[in-house]
Design a protein around this ligand. Sequence first.
Ligand SMILES: Cc1cc2nc3c(=O)[nH]c(=O)nc-3n(C[C@H](O)[C@H](O)[C@H](O)COP(=O)(O)O)c2cc1C
Length: 345
Amino acid sequence: MALIPFPLARPFLFGLEPEHAHELTMAALAAIQRTPMIAVVSQPRVHDPVSIAGLTFPNRIGLAAGLDKNGRCIDAFGAMGFGFVEVGTVTPLAQPGNPKPRLFRIPEAGVLINRLGFNNDGLAAFVANVRRARFRSRGGILGLNIGKNAATPIERAVDDYLLCLDGVYPHADYVTVNISSPNTKNLRALQSDEALDALLGAVQKRRSALAKQHGRRVPIFVKIAPDLDAAQIMAIAACLQRHRIDGVIATNTTIARDAVQHLPHGNETGGLSGAPVFEASNRVIAQLRAALGAAYPIIGVGGVMSAADAQAKIAAGANLVQIYTGFIYKGPALVEAAARALRAK
Ligand SMILES: Cc1cc2nc3c(=O)[nH]c(=O)nc-3n(C[C@H](O)[C@H](O)[C@H](O)COP(=O)(O)O)c2cc1C
């Protein structure tokens, strides 16, 4: 399983059904993460501190949300050298997600397609896992990503986000409001002007109350889709500033299929991640940077498959970079290589 180095484990894992491979790996990492056996997957954490949104990130490379939805393996990912780890998306109540199969590899194109649908064990289990992790006390930055249950009507979405915000607030370095998964019905409609205004207004108000209660102002980031036109991006940027949101994460997966239509699984429904998202998400990052100015925190994510891609994300306008699909295909070595390449810049 994951108890052998990635280059040896990869052929075995890629021979398995993708979600099964994921579950086996997560179980192995959870079992060893706070034991000496974690040395098998450990790597040095590149020292390249950078201050963004009032937080000091030990380096610029982070794990993107969705790989560790329940926050089970935070210390294992910390040991692999990530400067920051984002876990979730968590929803208030546990939910099973969509029927299987719902996760597909397209290795020829460096792609995953998923329609998991926020399968997770719910807020209480998530917080219990997060509290056990030692990553933060070792200088890592922990992001907690929140969403809504599938069964909650979209008109009541704000209630779910506020419930999650209350629960995760004391345990987070930052909180991400995820409004960009394509796999929860109508979720991305929250990116539209009026809905976003209402959601972010409510989040900001609750954050003020929580900041007083806990004596700490936790930065809030909003995560958006790559499938937005320039006018929509401008409207979102204005809304982020209006509600004093601390940063933006760009981007989530895409619903576009141009790059993979001809390949096996290329027409599966869901969110596509990996190499083909790279240009689309860079375009969103560049437009956000132009709209938000030089000082606004932007976390770039989408299609980083190499150290050079991470450099290009920074060149497009990101302050920090997250990785998901590149990590599945290239393994932990990509984390250290990308962090080193950014330090050398
Ligand atoms: C299987 C899978 C599950 C994901 N789940 C989530 C999620 O729960 N919440 C979220 O904000 N993003 C989720 N994402 C999106 C990633 O965090 C990331 O934004 C996207 O995959 C683009 O980056 P990448 O090309 O490096 O994978 C998921 C991605 C994948 C591949």
